[in-house]
Design a protein around this ligand. Structure first.
Ligand SMILES: Cc1ncc(COP(=O)(O)O)c(C=O)c1O
Length: 381
């Protein structure tokens, strides 16, 4: 049973609002809460399902409110122009393209790099293949060569072996798409030398190299990398601001000027040409200016969750935690879904990935108090 959001106290609190008298009342209710059984409490769910659940802070909203706007299809939105310039320069690339989602930046990139009938090489768990609705086939008309990697990461030798020879029977290998950090691989990061080795293979065979960097800043912070190194290796990079960085909407595709010019056309074809969307870009700028360095807090919190999980007899192992994703392998009589339900009954949300895998993702809306409470709840589970 879960009554987290609907406790009688919470309903009362919502009805009476937040004037000074009712705040006193709320305080009393919060104190009563300490004596309540596990599923009676007044707070919101502590949500570890994904780092996409973050809500814009007051300061971010204020930044959005003040943003100058214009028509971005005419390339006249000052806030979007600023964001595109800022992020492309940060990675040492020539130009950027603001899109509403990471799926769109990836799909526009793939469409721009390829022609129908080409082949895209990627890891079998990669987001571009698993979670973008078959967009590689639908939007770009390409086939995919899937490689089995290590937690979502592939290596140069695999890529070399996967490139098709010049043969009319085979599709033309055109694009390699990598992911850093890997989502389904549990936030694993590439060793940068592997990127360089893959780039050499790509150059030798005239393939393009795309990076799905939905959580690229998590890798950059964890590995203390220089964003400009990424700009030197990749032909295009998709960067999401709506994951761990906390913007409500927005991804930017970066590359050279000719590539982005072509990509802008495909964004329009896909319906992603936005008008006065500068307030969204302003949220992304706020995220870049304020929420990058703090990702290390999310990484430290992920380690705390890993440590608590490792003490449980229903946990067989936890994938090595590098960034903000924790994936526990579950053993024993309970499934990951049942454990997720038990957590939910106590006000904590985690995501079952399969009957034997449970995922926690840390993010900027998780407070220290949330962490302490979650660790206690896991202990008592
Ligand atoms: C690795 C990766 N790439 C791309 C995306 C797509 O982003 P969006 O949800 O903004 O389309 C996600 C979303 O979680 C992701 O994890």
């Amino acid at each position: 049973m879960s009554v987290c959001k609907g406790t009688i106290f919470q309903v009362i609190r919502q009805i009476i609002g937040q004037n000074p008298k009712s705040m006193l009342f709320t305080l009393i209710l919060y104190n009563i809460q300490g004596f309540m059984p596990p599923f009676f409490y007044l707070r919101d769910m502590i949500d570890f399902r994904s780092d996409t659940v973050t809500k814009p802070s007051k300061a971010m909203l204020e930044h959005m409110r003040l943003a100058p706007v214009g028509d971005d299809v005419f390339m006249e939105d000052p806030s979007i122009n600023t964001l595109e310039k800022f992020i492309s320069e940060k990675f040492g690339m020539e130009a950027g393209l603001f899109c509403p989602s990471g799926t769109m930046t990836n799909q526009v990139a793939i469409k721009t790099h390829t022609q129908a009938g080409d082949e895209v090489i990627c890891e079998e768990l990669s987001h571009v293949y698993q979670y973008e609705g078959g967009g590689i086939a639908f939007n770009a008309g390409c086939s995919v060569k899937l490689l089995q990697g290590d937690r979502g990461r592939i290596n140069a030798a695999q890529v070399k072996a996967a490139i098709n020879p010049e043969d009319v029977h085979k599709p033309i290998s055109r694009l390699i798409s990598l992911e850093n950090t890997t989502n389904r691989g549990g936030g694993a990061c590439y060793d940068f030398n592997e990127f360089k080795a893959i780039k050499e293979i790509a150059i030798a065979s005239q393939l393009m190299l795309h990076l799905d960097g939905a959580r690229l800043f998590n890798a950059i912070i964890h590995k203390k990398e220089d964003p400009k190194d990424y700009g030197k290796v990749f032909d295009s990079i998709s960067i999401c601001l709506s994951k761990g960085l906390g913007a409500p909407v927005g991804s930017v595709l970066i590359g050279n000027a000719a590539f982005i010019k072509k990509a802008r056309r495909w964004r329009k074809v896909l319906g992603g040409g936005m008008r006065q969307a500068g307030s969204l870009a302003a949220a992304c700028m706020y995220a870049l200016e304020n929420n990058v360095e703090r990702l290390s807090i999310d990484h430290a919190n992920a380690l705390l969750i890993r440590d608590a999980l490792l003490k449980k007899d229903f946990v067989a192992s936890v994938l090595e935690v590098e960034t903000n994703i924790v994936i526990a392998n579950i053993k024993g009589s309970k499934t990951a879904h049942e454990i997720a339900q038990a957590l939910k009954d106590r006000g904590v949300l985690a995501m079952p990935m399969s009957p034997t895998q449970l995922r926690f993702v840390t993010h900027l809306d998780i407070t220290d108090a949330n962490m302490n409470e979650t660790i206690e709840i896991i202990k008592k589970l």
